[in-house]
Structures are given as structure tokens and as C-alpha cells.
Design a binder for this molecule. Structure first.
Ligand code: ARG
Length: 592
């Protein structure tokens, strides 16, 4: 028997097909299958009630017809699943122990999960736009989210079968370069003298100095000087171009160290500057098709049908004739469609850019429509702020930003202190490997486990706790399973022992099996919503169900068949946990 990976989708298909053969249903019927509360069964199909309401028919009678039809079809007709009507017309579905066991045998590791999940996005090309930082600034805690959420989203999409292009849309072409070059020239700073993070810190200092020089000079001459430097840069002046290149290279060098720490590997880095010769086409096309108009010397797009954007235009060329964030993003979208064949583009930024993306998407839709281009599906994945324990945007005590390098270093150090205390017997090297996985994993997981659109409080104690919904807890749960195998003297990597397994039977075995079978659903939800916290919640619940099972059912027992089936459940649990952790960008451990 070949089973479907995602049971919800499979049951949806079966119930739909059955309804199509029943009187009283039509194609607008949606089965609405979901995992049920255990006391109601394994799954529920809740779609009859709303359908009956819409059609003013009796839901119970309709449910009865559907049930009778379903009973003639597999898996119901061959005893692999049972059905009952509950309440006014819900269908409760229970899968047999045999069905669950067969599923567990079929889906045994990350690669079999991947081949099951592939159905979701196979054949699609998705551009994921992250981490896309702005150059000339050191990365601070605010840069955590684009990297962490971006990486998880990219991995999820890739796991579900799409071809993913990680496109780092670097902010490397803004007005700030005028100010920066002005300040560098006044200070006479030698950019070649320093390197790495220190050089970037110096660039950041010079930029801040530049802005205060501009502010202090009431004559406006300093501001004019910055503007003149910017203009020279835009016109390709060799000296300014060399300075700009150096600044971008210095920024990238520092960024790459942090990318490496967090496992972020852009496939392409095409910054805003890459599109500077591609914006003219945008002005021309948008003007020619009547979308863009001149307003106070700028080129803008209004959206008359929109409550806000009817008055607040999308500015695509500034008064001084320069391109901006909007023109660049329009050119970028066209490039991604033409060069990458993007079916979808996912943009990751914080919530403050919601208006920008809403205007971008509206503009793109109208423009592509008029030109007869096919518009990729567009999504803005945004998030809230990281708060300090005082509930305000997190900063150091003296009000400085918290730099990311320091933060990640501190995470590893704090984890190391815990490992030193808990596992003094391990070698130094092992301790450091564990501390790195735990520290970085904890920071990541704290970020990912929250619904991204909400703000969250960054609290060391909570994110490093070994109980509760944290990375250390999940890493520990996975490591515990490895230790069960070590103690049993069974090789987790081999599936030889599974041949002896008898079908699952106890309440806790069945509950764990059921939870394991919910993995595809959690995955589908996380990827369709582009919200990794759905996966986190699932993994946390799985670890909980595993612990209930483990406390109630001894694994290493004398009966070889019982031992084998419990080891099988242990093996599936750890593979699911590890697959989930990989998708979240967290390195699982075999020992802690
Ligand atoms: N550089 C921008 C920032 O740091 C994010 C860019 C996001 N991507 C885009 N295509 N607009 O805010």
C-alpha cells in the first residue's frame, strides 16, 4: 500500500471525490479536513455544515449521504479508517493502527519527507529576497530577523520542492553615499588602513559625523557639498566610484562573516546599484501606459481606488531626477521575472515597509497587466520589533544598538557556561560544538517561534531555558533519542531492526504516531503562511508527546517485537525533530 505523505490533503481529495458522486453536493463544496482533537478522532471533515447552510439544506442528511458513499471507498471500505457523524454534520475520521504504522514505515527520514513534501511547490521558481542589508552600517540586532526568518522561509520553500534563488538585494546605492563621501574627504580617512568589522565601524562613525556636520552648518553649504559628491558618484566620477566600491566591499566583508555564522548563503547579491541603468525603462513604460505622472518635478504613481494611496503617491523618480528605492524595486521585479523566470517573489523586511510593498505590488500588477507580462506571485513577509525586557525596542543600557557579532558571541558564551556546568565530562572541542549549536539555535528559535508579525521580548533566560518552547529543549529531546539508541546498542542509521516491529498498540504509541503524521500539515501551513512559528509549535508539541510516550512505555523491553516498534517510533521522532530543526536553520546534536 502506497500512502500519501500529507494525510489532510489525501483525505480532502477522497472526501471531495466522494461528494462529487453524491446527490446534493456541487463543486463549491470544500471538505475542510483538519487534524481533530484526539477525543473526536484523528481528523475531521467540517465542510458539510457551511455548505448546507449556504444551500439551505439539512446538514445531517447531507453528511449521512456522504458517509455512506465514503464507506464504499478505500481506506474506509477496506477497514483502514472509520467514520462517524458528530454534532450537526461533522465527519470524524479515525485511521486504524495499521494505517498509522504503514505511514510510519513509509516515511522514515528527511529525504522521504522531502519527497513527500515536494508535491506542494514542485516546478516553481521562487526568488527569496533577503537578508538585503544596507551597506556602510554594522549589523545590529535588528538584522537578525531578515537572516533568521529569511533562511527559514527559504529552506521551507526549497523543501517543498521549489527552486529557490536567494537574492541579496543589498542597499548599496542611496543618498547616504553623498554624506559619507563628503565626510571621508573632510576627515581624510584612509579606507585601506583598516579592515573587517573595525573598518565598517569607522565608516559608520564617519557617516554619523557627516550628518551632524550637515545639520550644524546652517548655511547649507555642507549639505550642498554632499549633494555634489553624490552627483559625481552617480555620474561615474572615478575617485568617488573607487570610494564607493571600497565602502561596499568593506561592508560585504563584515556581513559575510555574520552570514557564515548564521548559515546564510545568498545565491546572488544584486544590490540596488546593479539596477541603476535599468530604471529608465521603468520611467518610460510606466509613463507610456499612463500609470506614472509628473508631480512637482517627481514621477509618481497614484492608486485612486486605494483609501490611502489615492493621495499618498508611490514616488518612482525623485525631483532631482535620481532613482530611488521604488524605481529600483520595479526594475528588480522585471529582472527577476526575465532573468530568473520567477513564479514567485518573497520579500523580507520589517513591518515599517508595509506601505512600500503594498504600493509596489499594486503598481506592478497594473503595469504588468497593461504590458501583458505575467506577474509573479508576490509576498511581503514582514515582522515586528525585538523588544528589551522593559518592553521598548531593544538597545544597550547606554542607548547604543546591540551589534549582532557581539550578540551572537554572547549567546555562544552563555551556552558554553551552561554546557560546562551540565556536562563537565565532555572534551573542550565537544563542549564548544554544543555551545555553538545551542547558543545560535536559541537566538534563532526565540525569533522563529513567535508569530513573526508580533513584537517579542528578547530574554536570555527564556531563550536558553531547557524547558519550555526553546531550542535547548528541542535539541535535548533529539539528543535524548540518540542516547536511547546508544544505550540499546542499535544503529539509528540502519533500519534493520524495524523488520521485527509489531504494529503499534498502546495509547501513547498511537498518540505519538498521530502527531508524527501531522508533520506534513505543519509544514504545509508554515510554507503557505510563510510563518515558521507553525513548525516550531508543531516540534514543541511533538517533543511533548514523545516525552509522554517515553515516560509511559519502556523502550528497551524483552519482547523483541515491542522493543523494535518503540525504537521505530523513537527513530521517527528524532528524524522529524532533526528535519524541523534543519528547516529552521538549527544544527541538531547527537549528544548534549
Ligand atoms: N535594504 C532594505 C533595508 O535594509 C531592504 C531591502 C528589501 N528588499 C527589497 N527588494 N526592497 O531596509
Amino acid at each position: 500500500m502506497q500512502l500519501a505523505f500529507d494525510t489532510v490533503r489525501e483525505l480532502t481529495r477522497i472526501v471531495s471525490d466522494a461528494a462529487a458522486q453524491c446527490e446534493g453536493f456541487d463543486p463549491s463544496f470544500e471538505p475542510e479536513v483538519r487534524a481533530a482533537e484526539p477525543r473526536f478522532g484523528d481528523y475531521q471533515a467540517n465542510g458539510v455544515l457551511p455548505f448546507a447552510k449556504r444551500n439551505k439544506t439539512n446538514p445531517r442528511a447531507l453528511a449521512t449521504t456522504l458517509l455512506e458513499k465514503l464507506q464504499t471507498l478505500p481506506p474506509f471500505s477496506d477497514g483502514q479508517a472509520t467514520l462517524e457523524i458528530a454534532g450537526p454534520g461533522f465527519l470524524n475520521i479515525r485511521l486504524s493502527a495499521g494505517y498509522k504504522f504503514a505511514w510510519l514505515k513509509q516515511f522514515s527520514d528527511e529525504s522521504s519527507y522531502a519527497s513527500g513534501a515536494k508535491a506542494l511547490l514542485a516546478g516553481k521558481t521562487v526568488v527569496v529576497d533577503y537578508p538585503s542589508p544596507n551597506t556602510a552600517k554594522q549589523m545590529h540586532i535588528g538584522h537578525l530577523r531578515p537572516m533568521v526568518i529569511g533562511e527559514a522561509v527559504a529552506r521551507l520553500i526549497e523543501f517543498c520542492g521549489a527552486k529557490v534563488i536567494r537574492d541579496n538585494h543589498l542597499g548599496d546605492w542611496g543618498t547616504n553615499f553623498g554624506t559619507l563621501i563628503m565626510a571621508i574627504k573632510r576627515e581624510g580617512y584612509d579606507l585601506d588602513a583598516a579592515s573587517g568589522e573595525a573598518a565598517l565601524a569607522e565608516i559608520e562613525r564617519l557617516y554619523k559625523l557627516g550628518t551632524s556636520l550637515e545639520k550644524e552648518d546652517e548655511s547649507g553649504a555642507t549639505r550642498d557639498a554632499s549633494r555634489a559628491e553624490l552627483k559625481k558618484l552617480q555620474e561615474g566620477d572615478p575617485e568617488n566610484t573607487a570610494l564607493w566600491e571600497k565602502i561596499v566591499a568593506t561592508s560585504n566583508e563584515a556581513f559575510e562573516k555574520i552570514y557564515a555564522m548564521l548559515g546564510v548563503k545568498p545565491d546572488v547579491t544584486l544590490g540596488e546599484s546593479f539596477y541603476r541603468d535599468k530604471v529608465d525603462r521603468i520611467y518610460e513604460e510606466l509613463s507610456a501606459c499612463g500609470l506614472a505622472e509628473e508631480s512637482d518635478g517627481a514621477l509618481v504613481v497614484f492608486h485612486p481606488e486605494h483609501p490611502r494611496f489615492a493621495k499618498q503617491p508611490f514616488i518612482i523618480r525623485k525631483q532631482d531626477g535620481a532613482s530611488n528605492y521604488a524605481s529600483t524595486d520595479l526594475a528588480t521585479l522585471l529582472y527577476r521575472r526575465d532573468e530568473f523566470g520567477a513564479d514567485e517573489v518573497v520579500y523580507l523586511t520589517d513591518g515599517r515597509q508595509r506601505d512600500h510593498f503594498e504600493q509596489l505590488f499594486l503598481t506592478a500588477q497594473k503595469w504588468f497587466d497593461k504590458q501583458g507580462y505575467t506577474l509573479p506571485k508576490l509576498a511581503h513577509v514582514w515582522w515586528g520589533t525585538i523588544l528589551g525586557e522593559d518592553g521598548k525596542a531593544i538597545k544597550t543600557r547606554s542607548g547604543e544598538p546591540i551589534y549582532l557579532r557581539a550578540l551572537l558571541g554572547e549567546a555562544i558564551e552563555r551556552a558554553r557556561a551552561i554546557v560546562d556546568e551540565k556536562s563537565p565530562e565532555l572534551s573542550d572541542e565537544e563542549k564548544q560544538t554544543i555551545a555553538t549549536a545551542v547558543g545560535l539555535g536559541a537566538v534563532r528559535y526565540a525569533d522563529l517561534s513567535q508569530n513573526r508579525t508580533q513584537d517579542y521580548v528578547f530574554a536570555w533566560d527564556k531563550l536558553l531555558a531547557f524547558d519550555g518552547n526553546s531550542a535547548p529543549y528541542l535539541l535535548m529531546a533529539a539528543a535524548r533519542v540518540h542516547s536511547i539508541f546508544r544505550k540499546a546498542g542499535v544503529d539509528l542509521a540502519s533500519t534493520d531492526f524495524e523488520a521485527e516491529a509489531s504494529p503499534i498498540e498502546t495509547e501513547e504509541e498511537l498518540a505519538l504516531a498521530r502527531k508524527l503524521m501531522n508533520f506534513p500539515e505543519a509544514l504545509a501551513l508554515a510554507v503557505s503562511d510563510l510563518r515558521p512559528h507553525h513548525l516550531c509549535t508543531y516540534l514543541y508539541e511533538l517533543a511533548g508527546d514523545f516525552s509522554t510516550f517515553f515516560n509511559a512505555n519502556r523502550v528497551i523491553v524483552d519482547e523483541p517485537d515491542v522493543k523494535a516498534r518503540r525504537l521505530l517510533l523513537c527513530a521517527r521522532t528524532v528524524r522529524t525533530l532533526e528535519t524541523g530543526l534543519h528547516l529552521l536553520g538549527i544544527t541538531p546534536l547527537q549528544r548534549m
